[in-house]
Design a protein around this ligand. Sequence first.
Ligand SMILES: Cc1ncc(C[n+]2csc(CCOP(=O)(O)OP(=O)(O)O)c2C)c(N)n1
Ligand SMILES: [Mg+2]
Length: 570
Amino acid sequence: MIVAEAVGRVLAELGADTAFGVVGSGNFHVTNALVEHGVRFVAARHEGGAATMADAYARMSGKVGIVSVHQGPGLTNAMTGIAEAAKSRTPMIVLTGEATDVRSNFHIDQDALAAAVGAVPLRVTAGTEAVEETLSAYRTASRERRTVVLNLPLDVQQDIVPWRGLIGEFLDQMVASHRVVAGTAGPSFSTPPAAEIDALARLLAESRRPVFIAGRGARHARAELEELAAATGALLATSAVAKGLFRGSPWDLDVSGGFATPLAAELIRDADLVVGWGCALNMWTTRHGRLIGEHTTLVQVDLDQSALGVHRPVSLGLVGDTAATARTALHALESTAATALPALEPTGGPERGYRSAEVAGRIRAEGRWQTVRYDDEGGDGLIDPRTLTIGLDDLLPAERIVAVDSGNFMGYPAMFLDVPDERGFCFTQAFQSIGLGLATAIGAALARPDRLPVAALGDGGALMGVAEFETVVRLGLPMVVVVYDDEAYGAEVHHFGPHGHPLGTVTFPPADFAAIATGYGFAAVTVTGAGDLAGVAEWLKGPRDRPLLVHAKVTRERGSWWLEEAFKGH
Ligand SMILES: Cc1ncc(C[n+]2csc(CCOP(=O)(O)OP(=O)(O)O)c2C)c(N)n1
Ligand SMILES: [Mg+2]
């Protein structure tokens, strides 16, 4: 067996079931080896799409994402998606050919490229090392939640791997022992030291108005966090990437930060204790700190010591797995006599901590954007994006998986489209790149074929990622792609327009998205008013054998208010 085949086989044996890529000569053999050993290969039309699809697939399936690209330009094309994955700590392996001969047109410093965006550059160096080096790449990706660029030098790819030789059996055993950890890319189950657990339990026991904010590192910890929150009377919120985690709980405030409802913002600001669980507590989640009250005690639980206190100073930082830490803290609270912690307040009926009948009633009445009043500004052939999104929310089945691109429009789908749980929302925006939304929806759709995939894009992001329109059609995905079309890079228009700057570089003539999509094989509906949504209802009733593009011509007078929040971050 040659190196390229061995790498593919090892990854397949470790449990990789889907890989995304664009095949050239430098990754031809490794990709075919993946396929031969049972991995589904999804051909993207641009490597940027492939990397983002794998990232989204990993986020929504819990598996390690696998990407396969050609050396040089194949890798450079994939870089934006790799940067997003690396910043988000997505466990992912990018298999790439590598031209090590400096005289090759394809030669670039691929290690430097990977390192520059926070990915881990690794390499297969020889036939005798190929299995161990591939296992090592997998370990780094899955256990350390890193995005790995695994270089496969062209001259090494043909080396013979002594798989069936003297050490063949040993290698088989090694693969088998790694497979135990391979199926899931989950975190380890470490807990903080007992003294820190006691300190957390004490703060919880003393708090009158605790709020939990769960981030990506807590997406596996719903049950544990809900139990601890119930015992301490905490309200529940998430960062944008964990949206949906507490769906169905009467104490769910939905997303904290720029997308928070006025009620959620008020309740979080009034908390006396905020605990961030696997959540960076960054400028988005805290609205540049404004959601953290002056007298609020801030606590952070994270697997990584280095994540603690980075964005906001915390009174207490605990290193541990979020589920295990919550469970241990609950035990500590329940055995207060043994641990000399203050006893929890007596329950006094259902009321405890922040959980009063009044708060429950307000969450029921005002806890969702759909119920927040607004003045519809549509007319003259343009639909208000809020009316559009609420209309879609009513029509689309609840079992959906929503992916959102970046831009001025992005809050509308993030705020007004409900999702069934944390695997119903895929938000690849750690790098704030536009153009990733459609590929995100494709990766998410393949991870959750039981759900209707919805891609929400701006006109700019849609055209940047347009190559993957063909992929959606070819894969037969029953996807709804919504284009919020303001004929502009609206984010720039609304940021610079009010200051009188010329806007010719960021505005465009009308583009006929319905015609563009139809050319790729989509069904299409153009929406200029709420009545046009009947076309969406009709498509939903039909066989859904072609994806649907909803070309929404949206109002454009004003920027969305979360946009100014975004520009504060630059
Ligand atoms: C790859 C990349 N290029 C440029 C930008 C800067 N940028 C941020 S939002 C935006 C406009 C996006 O336009 P569109 O998709 O139509 O959404 P809109 O803002 O109009 O709602 C641009 C160009 C970016 N974030 N990422
Ligand atoms: Mg636009």
